[in-house]
Design a protein around this ligand. Structure first.
Ligand code: ADP
Ligand code: MG
Length: 456
């Protein structure tokens, strides 16, 4: 998005919140000059605008700009004269100084498509995004290491590249992004002897690649679990970087505590800095992601809200799957001759993506499906009267989750579980509630299921 587009969207938002007189007076002639290094430079027509906007409207400007870009900008208001002055200064600098060579030719493996601008923020990922951004703004200084974790498809890799891209754009630090698998392969190669029994070139290459950097981003660290030699090498790499104040950012599908097969000394180090968990997106965030991804697909028609609602309700928490569904929906409509997207068309287009959830009318049924999948039984069994332990225990868990995660009443839940008596549901909820307190394994299972279910 260029600054004009960003600003027009911010203005739209502001317009919707102010009366037309105030909007016209204070905002109609404003422009976004540039976004640079966490600062938004806004041009206002006169001095008086500066003071008035700062005193009265800075919150709304900052809020709309930041919610749109997913970044934390500070705002600077400038008059047209000041902009000119500043541009003059920049010219002088450009002419007189040899420009800093930014990131000379090292292959940092960063994917420029993943940035903070296009990372959409909601409650479930707010903390992770904010932690990532503060590390990007202060590499090596604040939280070291930053440890991002969460289930697959929730945006860990995206955030890591966003950090890397931000640092590369705003400094001349050397950044390296690798997966833990790539680290392992490099390490294996470095230790393979050539015909003469040596492998100095590669050892040098390895040291240079991993120690001669300012920022190391290492993705999916859980894959080092089975590789003890690589773990040991990573331990040394970590220490060397950390001791020298270099920033390390790690991602994993689990928290450090749950990386059970990783050496203790590594796990401990992972908790030295800041850990940020990315949770499955809540419904409103899913909808926001869907809307933005549809726009990013250059789809020109409006998509009805009920379609967005349908997709957000029926596609699981994995953002990759949301993206896949958007691509498919847009392609489908194009193939059908650019047809407008209606709910019927969406149901037809997405029937493969949504097959599992199809026909689920409410959250109780969704919880039943997720619990049944976890215990590898059928939802019919879950709703049946069968009393064998392998079925009645998951059923009690499902009832407990329905009661604690939705606002449904005991009788309503009882109906959805095959028309049982509502006291059965009450009993189950109480039983699980008590058992969680004394049974750590059960508590973990419930936590895992809650994560899979997401916010209902
Ligand atoms: P993970 O590494 O956690 O498995 P990824 O970072 O690969 O997940 O994300 C999967 C896909 O979803 C990527 O294409 C990513 O851009 C997208 N994505 C995830 N979260 C968001 C978000 N909050 N805003 C925009 N895109 C997102
Ligand atoms: Mg990933």
């Amino acid at each position: 998005m260029n600054v004009d587009v960003i600003w027009s969207k911010v203005l739209e938002q502001i317009k919707s919140e102010l009366n037309s007189l105030s909007y016209e007076a204070w905002f109609s002639e404003t422009k976004l000059h540039k976004l640079d290094n966490g600062k938004a430079y806004i041009i206002v027509p006169m001095e008086i605008h500066k003071k008035h906007i700062l005193n009265n409207y800075s919150d709304i400007v900052i809020d709309s700009l930041n919610s749109l870009t997913g970044t934390n900008y500070e705002i600077y208001l400038l008059s047209p004269d000041e902009i000119e002055e500043e541009e003059e200064k920049e010219k002088v600098i450009e002419n007189n100084e040899t420009p800093v060579q930014i990131n000379e030719n090292i292959n940092n493996n960063l994917n420029p498509r993943y940035t903070f601008y296009n990372f959409i923020v909601g409650n479930s990922n707010k903390f992770a995004q904010a932690s990532a951004l503060s590390v990007a703004e202060n590499p090596g200084l604040l939280y070291n290491p930053l440890f991002l974790y969460g289930n697959s498809g929730l945006g860990k890799t995206h955030l890591m590249h966003a950090i890397g891209n931000y640092i590369v754009e705003n400094s001349n630090k050397r950044v390296l992004y690798v997966t833990s698998e790539q680290f392992r392969q490099d390490f294996v190669k470095a230790n393979r002897k050539d015909e003469e029994g040596t492998n100095f070139n590669y050892v040098d290459f390895f040291k240079d690649k991993y120690r001669n950097i300012d920022v190391l981003l290492i993705d999916d660290i859980q894959f080092l679990e089975g590789a003890s030699k690589s773990q040991e090498e990573f331990f040394h790499t970590f220490n060397s970087l950390h001791n020298n104040g270099k920033q390390i950012i790690i991602s994993s599908d689990r928290s450090p505590d749950d990386l059970k097969k990783l050496e203790e000394r590594l796990r401990t180090r992972f908790t030295w800095g800041l850990q940020a968990n990315i949770y499955p997106p809540e419904l409103s965030l899913k909808k926001e992601i869907l809307r933005k991804k549809i726009i990013a697909n250059d789809f020109e028609h409006d998509i009805p809200e009920e379609v967005i609602e349908y997709m957000a309700n029926n596609i699981g928490p994995d953002v990759r799957k949301l993206e896949g569904a958007v691509t498919r929906l847009v392609a489908y409509s194009t193939i059908m001759g650019g047809e407008k997207i209606t709910l019927d068309l969406a149901i037809e287009a997405l029937k493969d993506n949504i097959s599992k959830g199809i026909g689920e009318k409410n959250n109780i049924q969704r919880i039943q499906r997720i619990v049944a999948e976890y215990f590898q039984i059928s939802t019919e069994d879950l709703r049946s009267k069968k009393r064998s332990a392998n079925i009645s225990f998951p059923r009690q868990i499902a009832m407990y989750l329905c009661r604690t995660m939705t606002t449904e009443s005991f009788p309503k839940i009882a109906i959805e579980f095959g028309g049982k008596d509502h006291t059965t549901v009450m009993y189950s909820v109480e039983k699980i509630e008590n058992e969680i307190k004394i049974n750590k394994d059960l508590a973990n299972i419930i936590e895992k299921l809650k994560k899979d279910i997401g916010v209902v």
